[in-house]
Design a protein around this ligand. Structure first.
Ligand code: PMP
Ligand code: GLN
Length: 382
């Protein structure tokens, strides 16, 4: 068997959600909302299932959705996108990431990644034969400097894998950081695979800037979005890819043999959803911000040290002040003995992990958050 997969552990999300089910825990681990998602979007999917075309759509995506992707990013970020040559629909961002990595990284190419690193990236970089070059981000700011980039960029750098807003840290990269990274991409002639699945889940005081909008990056970025995150429907695996024609063409060659296409009923509903008025996106953000604040306040009242969240469904706590030195052991105990599932952030490190940070998901209704807080209080003996 291929040791790349044979030796891999099961993802931390599946591991923690299984433990949560087994121990009837409040699941603040894997990121998914309690809310069932916008009814009109779900109704569109139901209508398209009953009355629409349910055979193979084009491998590139249904024309309505490709148009909607171009219009959506024109509306939110001023990008001018040719739907016919610059958009691709995949089965989730996970597939888009895999297709982009497998099709762009050549054996021996160096790939710059930032850790904590979303768990699917490294195995796919290795599968492609790429050589990972890691920049380590540290709490509480999780930012990189020019010196960090100097240490990893070389003449062999081919690809940078970026994620902003960043899962698991909940940080949103400011424009200056993106400009700095862009200057390295242009100097070293690197392609940026930009995972922006959390683009709409960004809170007050922060703005998501697609790196594709930074001068010099339009032609060298593969921008990846996820309908699952845009519509709080994480089980809908519909990925949205935008790239210049030469890049998009090669990504689509990998996509054609990973999944080939994506259910047309879901694509039709996502096309409808992307055109929803600004008020939908604003209400989604403010709803999650309210939940973030509720969980943050509750945790602080219990004495937890909360690292603020700027975006995503996640906030992090520092467990060092509790005298805890191992986030895995802490999370295991929390779910088994106290019935609360969380995610140890060391799971997102390939080397020299931070061991004192634990990720909690707040995209939950008030009752779930309060029940989680009550159990955490008991865990602390309060
Ligand atoms: N990238 C990041 C950073 C994510 O957080 C997630 C899912 N939470 C994904 C990719 C996967 O998205 P999808 O479910 O659309 O495959
Ligand atoms: N991205 C989700 C999270 O961070 C999980 C996705 C998955 O389970 N693959 O919780």
């Amino acid at each position: 068997m291929n040791p790349l997969f044979a030796d891999l552990p099961t993802t931390i999300f599946e591991t923690m959600s299984s433990l949560a089910r087994e121990h009837q825990a409040i699941n603040l681990g894997q990121g998914f909302p309690d809310d069932p998602g916008p009814e009109d979007v779900r109704q569109k999917a139901a209508d398209a299932t009953l009355h629409g075309y349910n055979q193979y759509p084009s491998m590139m995506g249904i024309p309505d959705l490709r148009e909607a992707i171009a219009t959506h990013y024109g509306r939110f970020h001023g990008l001018s996108i040719d739907p016919q040559h610059e958009t691709l629909v995949t089965s989730g961002a996970t597939e888009a990431l895999t297709a982009a990595i497998l099709s762009i990284v050549r054996p021996g190419d160096e790939v710059v990644l930032f850790q904590p690193v979303y768990d699917s990236y490294l195995p796919m970089v290795r599968l492609a034969g790429g050589i990972p070059k890691l920049v380590t981000l540290k709490p509480p700011h999780w930012r990189f400097s020019a010196e960090d980039l100097d240490a990893v960029f070389t003449s062999r750098t081919r690809v940078v894998l970026l994620n902003t807003p960043l899962n698991p840290t909940g940080t949103v990269l400011p424009r200056e950081s993106l400009e700095l990274l862009a200057s390295y991409c242009t100097r070293y002639d690197a392609v940026c695979i930009s995972d922006e699945v959390w683009e709409h889940v960004v809170f007050e005081g922060h703005e998501h800037v697609p790196i594709m909008t930074i001068p010099g990056m339009r032609e060298r970025t593969v921008k990846i979005g996820s309908a699952g995150k845009i519509f709080s429907l994480t089980g809908w695996k519909v990925g949205l890819v935008v790239a210049a024609p030469d890049l998009l063409r090669v990504v689509s060659k990998a996509h054609q043999f990973l999944t080939f296409t994506t259910p047309p009923n879901l694509q039709a509903a996502v096309a409808y959803g992307l055109a929803k008025p600004d008020a939908y996106f604003a209400a989604m953000r403010s709803g999650f911000q309210r939940s973030r604040d509720r969980l943050t306040k509750g945790l602080q009242a219990l004495g937890f040290d909360v690292i603020p969240s700027q975006g995503t469904y996640f906030l992090n706590i520092d467990i060092a002040p509790l005298g805890e030195a191992d986030d895995f052991a802490f999370c295991k105990r929390l779910v088994v003995e106290h019935g609360v599932a969380a995610i140890p952030v060391s799971a997102f490190y390939a080397e020299s992990p931070v061991r004192n940070v634990v990720r909690l998901c707040f995209s939950k209704n008030d009752e779930t958050l309060d029940a989680g807080l009550e159990r955490l209080a008991r865990a602390l003996g309060k």
